[in-house]
Ligand binder design. Structure first.
Ligand SMILES: [Zn+2]
Length: 123
């Protein structure tokens, strides 16, 4: 699945926003929001939402820029792929469908109630 192909009219800004919103959601749903402190090394957090962690650090201006090859590699993927990876992670780890805007109790419930993995499935 690729969000760019699925929605060719979505602008780059829309996708950037979508990625950021999904990263924020994952940061919360994973419990990282309770762990995170501005002095922490962002490299200790999952690369899928690490750029969001960096943005928190930049806001507090406590973090110097550091070498992060893993994040560089992740960001070399096109934004649709990054979104897709987050989408799949949320579904498999937390039974959360970003498109339903809902966290299900189990994998079974996710498969039963969520219409599918793509945006088109939800319209
Ligand atoms: Zn859904």
């Amino acid at each position: 699945m690729d969000y760019n192909e699925e929605d060719p009219f979505a602008s780059f800004e829309d996708l950037t926003n979508l990625l950021l919103k999904m990263q924020k959601k994952t940061f919360t749903i994973s419990g990282d929001n309770n762990q995170y402190k501005p002095y922490m090394d962002p490299r200790d957090f999952n690369v899928l939402w690490r750029s969001y962690i960096y943005s928190l650090g930049q806001r507090s201006e406590l973090l110097p820029r550091i070498q992060d090859d893993e994040l560089d590699m992740f960001e070399k993927m096109n934004i649709g792929e990054q979104i897709s990876k987050l989408n799949i992670f949320l579904r498999s780890e937390f039974y959360y469908c970003y498109l339903c805007g809902k966290q299900y109790a189990s994998e079974e419930e996710l498969y039963e109630k969520c219409p599918g993995i793509t945006k088109a499935d939800h319209t």
